[in-house]
Design a protein around this ligand. Structure first.
Ligand code: UGA
Length: 435
C-alpha cells in the first residue's frame, strides 16, 4: 500500500519503517531539516533497539522515503498516519494543536479517497473532531474516512512490539476504512480489536492508566512491607502466579516516568473531569507516584536530619534502562529536591545526554559509577542499568565518605549488602539495614 506518515518522532519513525518492511511504499514527512538529513543518510535520530539496521535496510530497498514535502506525501498515498506530538497542557488537558495543524495543511491535497489515521495519543472525540475539521476545510465527504489506531509500543522494544505486539486496535465507523486497515495489518498476524473510534481512543488511555495503577499500588504495598517486615518481590512473585493478575508491571520502585504514563494518567483524569466523571483511583495513582519518586530524599532527611552540604551520588538518570530518554524520570525530581536542600550532586548514567546538562548545568557529571561514588555521603540508584547490578559494594564502601545506599529499583542483593558492612541500606519494600 502507499502510506504517508506525518512526523518522524519516535512513533512516526517506527511506524514508517515497520510498514516499509511489510512491502508497503512509505513516505515519511518531517519538517525538522536536521532530523530529515540524518534519516536520509541512514543515521537514527533516537536510540532504539534494531533501528539502525531497519533504517538502512528500508533506505536501501527504497521502501521508505524521507521528505519535507507534505503535498507530495499526501498526493502519493492512500493512507495517511498522523504521528505528531500531543503534549500536556499546564492544566493536564491534551494539546492537539499539532494534529489540528496537520489537518489544515493536508486538507487541500485530499482530492481522492484517503484514510486519515491517528497514531498520536489523542483525547476521546478527536477522530470525530478531525472529521468535522476536514468537512469544514471543504474536503468532500466521499474522499476520506478517519480512523483511530493507537500504538502500544514500549521504548527500547518498539520495533519488536510493532511486529509481535499483543493487539492492534482499529477504531472507525466505515466498512470501507475497516477493510483497508485489516488488509494493511493482516501480514503482522496480530489479534485485531475492531471497534468504534471513541472506544479505540479510550483503550489507549485505559491501558497506560491501568499499568500505572498496578505500579502505584505495588509501591504503596512496598512502603507497607518496610514497616511490617514483608518482602515486596516475593509478594509480586506470588501475585504474578495468579493468571488473573499477570506477573508484569508489579515491580516496586521510585515511581513510573517516561513520556507516556505520567502524561496519559493526568490526561485521563482531566478528560473524565471534562465529562463530569471522577476517576478517584487514577487520581490516587498520580498522587502516589508524585510522592514515590522523591521518597529517597525523605529517607535521606530522616537518616541525616540535615542534608545541607552533603554529597549525594545519583546512579542512573533515564526513566528506565536501555534508553537515553530522561522525560519525567524520577531522577529529575530527586535532583531538583536535593538542590532545594543545598545538597552537592554527582551523577552517572551510561547514556547521559546533552539535554540533562542543559537542565542541571551545575551538578557534577561523572564518567563511571565509582568516580561518582567517590567521597559521597549517599548513593541513590534511580535506574536499573545492568552495570549497577554488579556494583562492587566493598569498593563502594571504601570510596564513599559514608556508605548510605538507597536502592530505588531494588536491584542489589540483600545478602551481599549484609556481607559488605555498609553504613545503611534502604530498599523499596525489601527491608532496610542500619549498621
Ligand atoms: C509505555 C507502555 O508500556 C507502552 O505500552 C505504551 O505504548 C507507551 O507507554 C506509550 O504510551 O507510548 P514506555 O513509556 O516505553 O511504554 O515505558 P514502560 O516500559 O511501560 O515503563 C514506564 C515506567 O514504568 C518506567 O519508568 C518504569 O521504570 C516503570 N515501571 C514499569 C515500574 O516502576 N514498575 C514496573 O513493574 C514496570
Amino acid at each position: 500500500m502507499n502510506i504517508c506518515v506525518i512526523g518522524a518522532g519516535y512513533v512516526g519513525l517506527i511506524t514508517a519503517l515497520c510498514f516499509s518492511k511489510k512491502e508497503n511504499k512509505v513516505i515519511c514527512v518531517e519538517k525538522n531539516l536536521e532530523k530529515l538529513n540524518m534519516l536520509r543518510n541512514g543515521t537514527p535520530t533516537i536510540f532504539e533497539n534494531g533501528l539502525n539496521e531497519l533504517l538502512k535496510e528500508s533506505l536501501s530497498t527504497n521502501s521508505v522515503q524521507f521528505t519535507e514535502n507534505l503535498e507530495f506525501g499526501i498526493r502519493s498515498s492512500d493512507i495517511i498516519f498522523i504521528a505528531v506530538g500531543t503534549p500536556a497542557k499546564e492544566n493536564w488537558d491534551v494539546d492537539i494543536a499539532q494534529v489540528e495543524g496537520v489537518i489544515n495543511q493536508i486538507s487541500p491535497y485530499i482530492e481522492k479517497y484517503k484514510l486519515v489515521v491517528t497514531k498520536s495519543t489523542v483525547p476521546v472525540g478527536t477522530q470525530r473532531y478531525i472529521k468535522s475539521k476536514l468537512l469544514e476545510n471543504n474536503v468532500e465527504r466521499e474522499n476520506f474516512d478517519v480512523v483511530s489506531n493507537p500504538e502500544f509500543l514500549r521504548e527500547g522494544k518498539a520495533i519488536y512490539d510493532f511486529f509481535y505486539g499483543d493487539k492492534i486496535v482499529i477504531g472507525c465507523d466505515s466498512g470501507k476504512a475497516e477493510e483497508t486497515m485489516k488488509k494493511l495489518y493482516e501480514p503482522f498476524k496480530i489479534k485485531m480489536v475492531l471497534t468504534n473510534p471513541e472506544t479505540a481512543e479510550l483503550i489507549k488511555y485505559t491501558s497506560n492508566a491501568l499499568l500505572s495503577v498496578k505500579i502505584s499500588f505495588m509501591n504503596e504495598i512496598a512502603n507497607l512491607c518496610n514497616e511490617v517486615g514483608a518482602d515486596i518481590d516475593v509478594i509480586a512473585y506470588a501475585l504474578g502466579l495468579d493468571k488473573r493478575i499477570s506477573p508484569l508491571f508489579l515491580r516496586a520502585g521510585i515511581g513510573y516516568g517516561g513520556s507516556c504514563f505520567p502524561k496519559d494518567t493526568k490526561a485521563l483524569v482531566k478528560m473524565s473531569e471534562n465529562h463530569n466523571c471522577n476517576l478517584e483511583i487514577l487520581k490516587a495513582t498520580v498522587n502516589v507516584n508524585e510522592k514515590q519518586r522523591v521518597l529517597p530524599v525523605k529517607i535521606l532527611k530522616e537518616y541525616y536530619k540535615n542534608i545541607e552540604g552533603k554529597i549525594v551520588a545519583i546512579l542512573g538518570l533515564t526513566f528506565k534502562p536501555d534508553t537515553d530518554d530522561i522525560r519525567e524520570a524520577s531522577s529529575l525530581y530527586i535532583i531538583e529536591e536535593l538542590l532545594k536542600n543545598k545538597v552537592n550532586i554527582k551523577v552517572y548514567d551510561p547514556m547521559v545526554t546533552k539535554e540533562i546538562k542543559n537542565i542541571f548545568p551545575d551538578i557534577t557529571y561523572c564518567d563511571d559509577m565509582y568516580e561518582c561514588l567517590a567521597g559521597s555521603d549517599a548513593m541513590i540508584i534511580c535506574t536499573e542499568w545492568s552495570e549497577f547490578y554488579n556494583i562492587d559494594l566493598f569498593k563502594a564502601g571504601e570510596l564513599m565518605a559514608q556508605s548510605v545506599i538507597i536502592d530505588g529499583r531494588n536491584i542489589l542483593d540483600m545478602k551481599n549488602i549484609k556481607d559488605a558492612n555498609i553504613n545503611a541500606y534502604y530498599s523499596i519494600g525489601k527491608g532496610n539495614i542500619k549498621n
